[in-house]
Design a protein around this ligand. Structure first.
Ligand code: NDP
Length: 330
């Protein structure tokens, strides 16, 4: 069984393709013959060691990378009653998806309806569930509210724009280039700011008549955090959910007060899909929105498993314009 592993933390050069024995599912587990694995920024944090001490995403080296996949169940262990061999499934937040076969706790699996492609389902697991909890649970947007969302043309970004619009909010999206601005607009963003060229805090002030936004969804981190705080209205919510440009060093409580008594949170997806019911409910809602034509999943580029390093370099090099996938089998 081919798998992409890292033996020590570092850059994409640390990825290597290994031959592993075919794993056998233990109690509560399923063996998935994978057709695709999804790339996510969290794979870069794992590979680089940023999450080396994480309890939520605990890991030991050597580790098979990847936290999102889809395929067909090949076998199940004892005490697995609701998943059967032959089921089309998708999952996220289980390490080991950059591989031909993955062992996954059965409670993390979502059955994929017949009218949803496995590649689309993979995209909806980690990036879709993230966009969903941000807009529907963490800060459930209300009609008439305004949000600021960074990296609007990326994997999470394109989905989050659409889900925020579905809730009736006004969306201000930031992007790195003019070409990405067209993508964010096509996904429904009301205003798009090219933050590599413009002062996004000044633009947000203009757009909101000086009021600021109800919530900032900031996945860029170090490069945007301070300016993001300036974009909030009084008692707004600052969601720092990623570190694409590097992790923020510290958050000052008094700084939050001075920003207008704002609320700060740094969430993990794992805490918003803590059990099978939550996972399946969120995935079910995403499948429904796709089916109703209210959510477009952009399947961007694909690489074979052996080229996972090139795929990761594209993601960290700001090249993603939707979902990046490793294509593994049929
Ligand atoms: P994206 O496809 O959004 O790629 C990241 C984007 O971030 C880039 O395309 C780029 O867009 C922007 N960016 C800004 N500065 C940099 C930089 N210095 N280096 C690289 N990228 C930069 O990735 P994902 O959709 O996989 O993830 C988006 C974010 O969401 C990540 O930060 C990820 O960690 C976070 N996330 C958080 C979760 C959580 O629960 N906390 C769960 C899932 C994802 P542009 O060129 O337009 O600036």
């Amino acid at each position: 069984v081919k798998a992409v592993v890292v033996h020590e933390y570092g850059d994409a050069g640390k990825l290597s393709l290994a031959d592993m024995p075919l794993p056998e599912p233990g109690p509560g587990e399923a063996l998935v013959r994978q057709t695709v694995a999804g790339l996510n920024f969290i794979d870069i944090y794992v590979r680089s060691g940023l999450y080396a001490k994480s309890h939520t995403y605990a890991q030991t080296l050597p580790v098979t990378l990847g936290m999102e996949g889809a395929g067909v169940v090949a076998a199940v262990g004892e005490d697995v009653n609701d998943i059967r061999p032959g089921d089309r499934v998708a999952y996220c937040l289980e390490l080991g998806s950059y591989a031909e076969y993955a062992l996954v706790p059965a409670w993390k699996l979502v059955k994929v309806p017949g009218d949803i492609g496995l590649d689309t389902a993979a995209a909806l697991m980690l990036q879709g569930s993230t966009a969903h909890y941000l807009t529907h649970s963490l800060y459930p947007l209300q009609p008439g509210e305004t949000c600021l969302l960074h990296a609007g043309a990326g994997g999470v970004g394109q989905l989050a724009i659409q889900l925020a619009k579905a809730r009736g909010a006004t969306v201000i999206a930031t992007v790195g280039t003019g070409e990405k601005a067209d993508i964010a607009r096509a996904r429904g963003a009301d205003h798009v700011v090219i933050y590599t060229q413009e002062d996004f805090a000044a633009r947000v002030a203009d757009i909101t008549g000086g009021q600021g936004v109800h919530v900032v969804y900031d996945s860029v981190g170090r490069a945007t955090f301070e300016h993001s705080l300036k974009c909030l209205r009084r008692r707004g919510t600052m969601v720092s959910f990623g570190a694409a440009s590097g992790a923020i060093e510290a958050v000052s409580p008094l700084g939050l007060a001075e920003a207008g008594s704002v609320f700060f949170t740094r969430p993990h997806l794992a805490d918003y899909i803590p059990d099978a019911a939550a996972r399946r409910e969120r995935a079910g809602d995403l499948f429904r929105l796709c089916r109703e034509g209210k959510l477009t999943v952009t399947l961007d580029r694909r690489w074979p498993l052996a080229e996972a390093a090139a795929a990761q370099r594209a993601l960290e090099g700001r090249e993603s314009r939707g979902k990046l996938l490793l294509e593994i089998g049929k």
